[in-house]
Design a binder for this molecule. Structure first.
Ligand SMILES: Cc1cc2nc3c(=O)[nH]c(=O)nc-3n(C[C@H](O)[C@H](O)[C@H](O)COP(=O)(O)O)c2cc1C
Length: 171
């Protein structure tokens, strides 16, 4: 099975996950940047890594996803919220729906990724108290809790998930 792992990452979280995903699928494989918009016609499995931007895939990933047709596809995602939150489920659903119906969606994986300090500063400045996105103490705490992710457990879970997917597809 010939696979490609295409990653969109702004601050590095998704790239970290992508590195272990590529390894799980093929020992010598490395990731391809989404900016390259690779031609995937020669691949059996196209894996897309993206980060969550307003509850769906970031714009660059969306643009690439649109080009994929008639493939087995899988995706992995990092987001600022907890991976077991309702928000994470909504994001998975939204991102899954971006793929053309001619594809077969064979796998999806999500884990938390640090919300950058820069993003936190921007939010704190942009949204006044009372705004639904305002930087409350609780929101600040939650975002600070994201800063250790993706951690070793996240990376191990990603490796296990994609090693299992490979076995399922080749088995
Ligand atoms: C503009 C912007 C919008 C974001 N929107 C969300 C969101 O809707 N939900 C969420 O859980 N995290 C959100 N995040 C957090 C990122 O998805 C998260 O930090 C991700 O791991 C970043 O991945 P990267 O390091 O590969 O760029 C947002 C981050 C940015 C910069």
């Amino acid at each position: 099975m010939k696979s490609i792992v295409v990653v969109s990452s702004l601050t590095g979280n998704t790239l970290k996950v992508g590195d272990i995903v590529a390894y799980a699928l093929e020992e010598n494989m490395t990731t391809v940047k989404v900016e390259e918009m690779p031609d995937v016609s020669d691949y059996d499995l196209v894996v897309v890594g993206c980060w969550v931007d307003r509850a769906t895939a970031d714009a660059r990933a969306q643009e690439f996803i649109k080009t994929i047709k008639n493939k087995k596809v899988a995706f992995f995602v990092t987001l600022g919220a907890e991976a077991d939150s309702e928000h994470a489920q909504v994001c998975l659903k939204n991102i899954g729906a971006l793929f053309d119906e001619s594809n077969e969606l064979v796998g999806q994986f999500i884990c938390q990724g640090a919300v950058s300090l820069r993003m936190m500063e921007v939010m704190a400045k942009r949204f006044p108290a009372g705004h639904s996105h305002a930087m409350t103490d609780e929101r600040k705490k939650r975002m600070e809790a994201s800063h250790s992710h993706p951690d070793m457990a996240d990376l191990q879970a990603a490796r296990a998930y994609f090693a299992d997917l490979k076995q399922r597809l080749e088995g």
